[in-house]
Design a protein around this ligand. Structure first.
Ligand SMILES: O=C(O)CCC(=O)C(=O)O
Ligand SMILES: [Fe+2]
Length: 248
């Protein structure tokens, strides 16, 4: 938890304090260059669609699936809330309860996704922007939001990581819906090519959870996907996101 400072009400540090004594394993994805440099950052407290909050701790969200679950949180490849103008730079997930088997989280390295594009495609996408929206995610099923507010934003397809300076591909199947300035068929084809490329297994790693493990990930250079292969077992935990900046 070092480097993650508390929000105004101190909820995150309380949460961290309450849980840290039981933590078994910690996974860090993409944080090597940024840990220890996050002291300015605070936990967000906006409603996050489809995720209940922990009572009295609005910035701590419940990630839960059980025998009644049809769609688990985060089953499609995504970077958390990339539909927002300033998406969270990172997220931290702590699982209290894990299924007997399965329930891995997969992560994809978006530096590699960018770097392994061919030079002509790099030139094509550099300078293009894409529209990210949450309306299709948050308006139905497990994610239905009562406030009916669906964040949306336009972000560069190739973003620069503000700390490492390296370029990353910043499109994902969960939230990215079209490429600005292209005809629909051009946008559909190019976007499908880019998201499929970013989902290449060689760019991925999987985290196999033990009870009381924690994963930190950097949403700017990694995307992730929950694996819902453990029905009807219970998987339960808490998640916070860390305030980020507008991608450039
Ligand atoms: O449950 C998981 O493995 C990941 C869920 C997810 O996408 C998230 O917490 O942001
Ligand atoms: Fe997520």
């Amino acid at each position: 938890m070092q480097g993650i400072r508390t929000g105004p009400a101190g909820h995150v540090s309380l949460w961290a304090h309450a849980t840290i004594v039981r933590i078994r394993r910690i996974l860090c994805v993409g944080w090597e260059a940024t840990l220890g440099r996050t002291s300015r950052d605070v936990a967000r407290s906006e409603p996050q669609a489809g995720l209940d909050e922990v009572e009295g701790h609005p910035e701590v969200r419940v990630v839960h699936a059980d025998e009644k679950t049809k769609v688990a949180t985060g089953e499609v490849w995504h970077s958390d809330l990339s539909c927002e103008p300033e998406p969270p730079m990172g997220s931290i997930l702590y699982l209290h309860q894990t299924p007997p088997v399965g329930g891995d989280t997969a992560f994809a390295n978006m530096y590699l996704a960018y770097e392994s594009l061919s030079e002509p495609i790099k030139r094509l996408v550099e300078g293009l922007s894409a529209f990210h929206t949450s309306a299709h995610v948050y308006s139905r099923g497990a994610y239905e939001r009562s406030d009916k507010k669906f964040p949306e934003a336009v972000h560069p397809i190739v973003r620069s990581h503000p700390v490492t300076g390296r370029k990353c591909l910043f499109v994902n199947r969960g939230f990215t819906k079209r490429i600005e300035g292209l005809k629909k068929h051009e946008s559909d084809a190019l976007l499908e090519m880019l998201v499929r490329h970013a989902e290449t297994p060689e760019f991925q790693c999987r985290f196999r959870w033990d009870r009381h493990s924690v994963a930190f990930w950097d949403n700017r250079c990694a995307m992730h996907r929950a694996t819902f292969d453990y029905h009807p077992h219970v998987r339960h935990g808490h998640r916070v996101t860390i305030k980020g900046d507008r991608p450039f």
